[in-house]
Design a protein around this ligand. Sequence first.
Ligand code: GLC
Length: 650
Amino acid sequence: MTDYDWRPEQARKSLNRILPGAEEKFADRLFEAQGDWQKFKIRLDCQWERLFTYLHALYGWQYDFFYTLERVLCSLVEYWLQRPPELKLLDEKRQVDPNWFLSEKVVGIVLYVDLFSDNLTKLKDHISYFKKLDLNYLHLMPLFSVPLGDNDGGYAVSDYRAINPDLGTMSELSELARRLREEGISLALDFVFNHTSDEHTWAKRARSGDPEYLNYYFTYPDRELPDQFQKYLRDIFPTVRRGSFTWNEEMQRWVWTTFNSFQWDLNYSNPEVMRAMMEEMLYLANQGVEIFRLDAVPFIWKRLGTDCENQPEAHTVIRAFNAMAKIAAPCILLKSEAIVHPDEVVKYIHPDECQLSYNPLLMALLWESLATTEVKFLEHSMRHRSRIPAGCTWVNYLRCHDDIGWSFDDVDARKVGIDPAGHRKFLTEFYTGKYPGSFALGVPFQFNPDNDDVRISGTLSSLAGLEEAVKKGDNELIEKAVRRINMLRAIQVSIGGIPLLYGGDEFGQMNDYTYVTDPTKINDSRWVHRAKRRWEARDDLADQDTLEWRFFREMVKLFRLRKEIPAFQNGAMEVISTGNPHLFGYIRAFENQRILVVNNFSDNPQKMDTGRLEIYGARGDVVNLLSDTVVSLEGDLMVEDYRAVWLDIS
Ligand code: GLC
């Protein structure tokens, strides 16, 4: 009987043994929560076998595994008991409509609190701004307590339960979450779970030599193991530091630090780390956070002899978090931040793992098509790499707070006649403005002399040519840049997934080079696209005749239109062959609605011929929903330079 699976029965047995103890421990509080407790138990019953299986896979070999199960269950009950009633109601609402986030109605923004509005209190006064943009998903960049000076833009967290005092307090965050909920806006935050800062209490205790907390991190007395690991690891921030280990004087030990030396990687092979981080996640969920962006997911599990990225156990860890969330705070959604090879990106996407994922391939290839004016690479890749499991969706972005990396697949590139290494070099030169005729003004990020790898920083506007055009004062070039930007946005909102706007892009924010005057930022060119917002609150809604307002109005229009087109919800997306190397086309369909989207990546008008249109059932007079005009498809379809058309061919 080799295929006998003992786990379901054992999971049940363990739960039956553990649950009475937990019920006794929390008896008084459970008595008050009677009805709700039954609901909790139903969810526990549904998720337990899966949670047990994950935890067993990770920790079953440890002699006190049963104790781990007990501790995990008690934490789940504790945090569920602490959950405010209105959030329990939200849990129920989401359980009735678990796929709410797949809707065409969902659009989001991500921003830095300090750059946008100084602090959380003032941010509350800007809810009308989000309403004007018709947003219902607000991602705030990390806002926790961090070390002074360089803290990797908030990604070195010293305390997950304390807000950076410059930005506000935890009760202000909960209050903001409540106000947002009233307006139908879901709050998203980062769950920086791969590492803490070296000032986190756990790190401090480890530094003082406490063995319990030393085991929260990866520390080594000498170079023996670090050297063995290092052979296979890549440097993430090579211009800042080489190697993934940092010597700590106080401990007299090497510490694993994948990113900066002040960011200590957490040791998930220790079940206490898993449980403690689960408590941090549930604590934040109880403040009203609905969506967690899982930061740096590929790095959370280490295995000697591998590059320690995307290990199978990394998936198991995330699935365990997913199961825990579904038990104690089921409205939670997890979003994967895996900016790695596309084959690996999709592995994190599953209803039992991350329901949401950044779409780094689409982002990179949109920029690639803009540089080459040709769409063959984009078309080929999207044709076979867009599909993800039901109940999940992409988060489509053009820019974010990070750099752009050319993480496309080399085989895909060769298939369309592109030499991958040469092409990466070309793209880098193009987007740093070095390539003759380039319109882009980007800044190189993290050049690695060992493999010539380099990534790109810069805002949407500066990379798409607006900054250069404005500098030259050339209206024709400005017009072209505006069209490029608006075409990219039109793709972002129509191709399938949640469009996530990077705060500032809605009004065309350009690069800000002042970061070079700040010693804590000078070595990190990503600050060029993390600029302080220029507008005052009162001007936000003032609708003026400026370039900024043209962008803003277009963004509002695109979001509104998307919300009126059911075919733009998550679901079928068929990439078509337009027969024209510059036209990227796809069909979005839902029930009886079919929308043919065609985007022109070239500088000149382009046509798709009638024969091709016929193949996709596009004929006669149709409405271009983007311009609200009637287009005759009796002849060829003409698409103006850098324009998108959304043809209703239902
Ligand atoms: C993620 C963040 C990035 C940060 C890194 C380390 O990739 O997006 O900004 O530097 O994780 O936390």
